[in-house]
Ligand binder design. Structure first.
Ligand SMILES: Cc1cc2nc3c(=O)[nH]c(=O)nc-3n(C[C@H](O)[C@H](O)[C@H](O)COP(=O)(O)OP(=O)(O)OC[C@H]3O[C@@H](n4cnc5c(N)ncnc54)[C@H](O)[C@@H]3O)c2cc1C
Length: 452
């Protein structure tokens, strides 16, 4: 049987190796640490958690990441098994003893009869054989350069300049309205592609004051230096607070310019500034705030953004940020089997595919490992339905997300298809979440049964 090669023994690569080996496929796991380090990793162990020690909520009935835990446990995931074995008391969250956890993952993989480990940095995308690339947000410079050469300069980002993403149902449409600037577009859908939030002069001045006063996070030491770019910000990706520092009117001439827009609720009054939101997924359940990448601390972001008329009750699928993160423009580059369309012998998994977080990365490793193992055995494993947490994520990165504004994504119910009424589609939020998780569990169980 052919061997599966995996680059990177992080959260994704470790899970991929385990899944493939458990399916009977021989695996070589190539990991550069401890020979070559990154600014964030501290050890030579596999599946090292570089920052927090939390896998977030473990509520599999009303929380999307908790549901992802459930699915990974159901699929015999190594990461979840070791996290459960080394969990720490943390309320409803799953926190772990990080050293014991990665030590146990390392021991399980090194002890598996079908897995061998090669301690080396891979510097070029391999042209032959079955490979999974799971090198994470801190993919080494040489390999990143090789990926960039194959996929094109525009297809690989080195920094996350993340604008906040809002759940569409929480935008107050009695204040906001749908319209593209200058009504641009061939179809009605294009002419109403944006949601606009109007500001008076007073709203704007108060917003700028709050922005300037808000607490900001600093770049992690080493983050900027270890990047292939000399400056942390690319053109057009300045944080809004940096723009505001350059002058109080800068934002009004940039992302908040009010031109080409007429307030549908009050056509006679010209807004002093307008905040625009753009659809972020094909379902239309998520909207990103255009041009609002920010380094404000999370707590500050929610209070400052809720000052925007129309967003006073907004719930955020993710908040903004800017940090070192190497990731592909997966919606254009990967097929539904997570393979690089240009070189189908290469699969990608983990954070480098544009998912965000330990759990999401491990989940994409689980899927890539199973898909690669099936392929080596002459089979094709379809992805789980996008009614499941795992399926919704892979659907998002392999085509569901808008490629032009693609940014790394945590799992959240906005990625799931809406519920029909029988499942509680019209009920309150908590019941709806239960409807999502019930539906997902049925669907995921059926997906696993098909592989048995
Ligand atoms: C500073 C920082 C803080 C973060 N904090 C959090 C947090 O608190 N919570 C959270 O959920 N997520 C956090 N993340 C995101 C986190 O990195 C991912 O969630 C997760 O680690 C990604 O898993 P992965 O397997 O894709 O990548 P990683 O876990 O980073 O694994 C990639 C592996 O590939 C190896 N590698 C890289 N290049 C090569 C090469 N060329 N050859 C061989 N091996 C290579 C690396 O050494 C590493 O072991 C943080 C990320 C960063 C950078």
């Amino acid at each position: 049987m052919d061997t599966l090669h995996i680059i990177g023994a992080g959260l994704a690569g470790s899970e991929a190796a385990w899944q493939a080996a458990q399916a009977g496929v021989p695996v070589v796991l190539h990991e550069m640490r401890p020979q070559v380090g990154t600014f964030a990793h501290r050890s030579g162990d596999f599946a090292e958690m570089v920052c927090s020690n939390s896998f977030r909520s473990d509520d599999d009935e009303r929380n999307a990441v908790g549901l992802l835990h459930w699915e990974m446990r159901a699929a015999g995931g190594l990461i979840m098994a070791m996290a459960d074995r080394h969990s720490l008391p943390a309320g409803g969250a799953l926190a772990v003893d990080r050293e014991a956890f990665s030590g146990a993952v390392t021991a399980a993989l090194r002890g598996h009869p079908l897995i061998s480990v090669s301690e080396e940095e891979i510097t070029e995308l391999p042209s032959e054989g079955h490979w999974i690339i799971a090198t994470g947000p801190l993919t080494s410079g040489a390999l990143a350069e090789s990926i960039r050469k194959v996929t094109g300069a525009e297809s690989l980002a080195f920094f996350d300049a993340i604008a906040p993403i809002v759940h569409a149902e929480t935008i107050d449409m009695s204040v906001a309205w749908r319209q593209s600037r200058y009504d641009k577009g061939e179809t009605e859908e294009e002419r109403t592609a944006y949601i606009n939030c109007p500001m008076t002069k007073e709203d704007y001045e108060a917003f700028i004051d709050a922005l300037l006063a808000a607490e900001k996070t600093e770049f992690h030491a080493g983050e900027a230096e270890s990047s292939p770019k000399p400056t942390p910000y690319f053109d057009g990706c300045l944080p809004i607070e940096v723009m505001a520092e350059r002058g109080r009117e800068t934002l009004r001439h940039g992302p908040m310019k009010p031109v080409g827009l007429t307030n549908a609720h009050d056509p006679a009054t010209k807004a002093y500034a307008v905040v625009q939101l753009r659809r972020d997924n094909a379902l239309g359940t998520l909207y990103n705030i255009v041009g609002f990448q920010t380094k404000m601390k999370y707590g500050a972001q929610t209070s400052v953004f809720k000052m925007i008329p129309g967003l006073q009750n907004a719930s955020f699928a993710r908040l903004g940020g800017i940090h070192r993160n190497t990731f592909l423009n997966s919606p254009t580059l990967l097929d539904t089997q997570m393979r690089l369309k240009l070189r189908p012998n290469l699969r990608f998994a983990g954070q480098v595919t544009g998912v965000e977080g330990y759990v999401e990365s491990a989940a994409m490793g689980l899927l890539a490992g199973r898909m690669a193992a099936a392929e080596i055995k002459g089979q094709v494993l379809p992805p789980p339905s996008y009614e499941t947490a795992m399926g919704s994520l892979v659907n998002h990165i392999t085509g569901g997300a808008e490629a032009k504004t693609f940014q790394p994504m945590n799992v959240n119910f906005g990625l799931f298809p809406p519920l029909d009424d029988a499942r509680g589609g019209r009920r309150g939020r908590k019941d709806r979440y239960k409807g999502y998780t019930d539906r997902a569990k049925e669907s995921f169980t059926a997906w696993l049964a098909d592989q048995a």
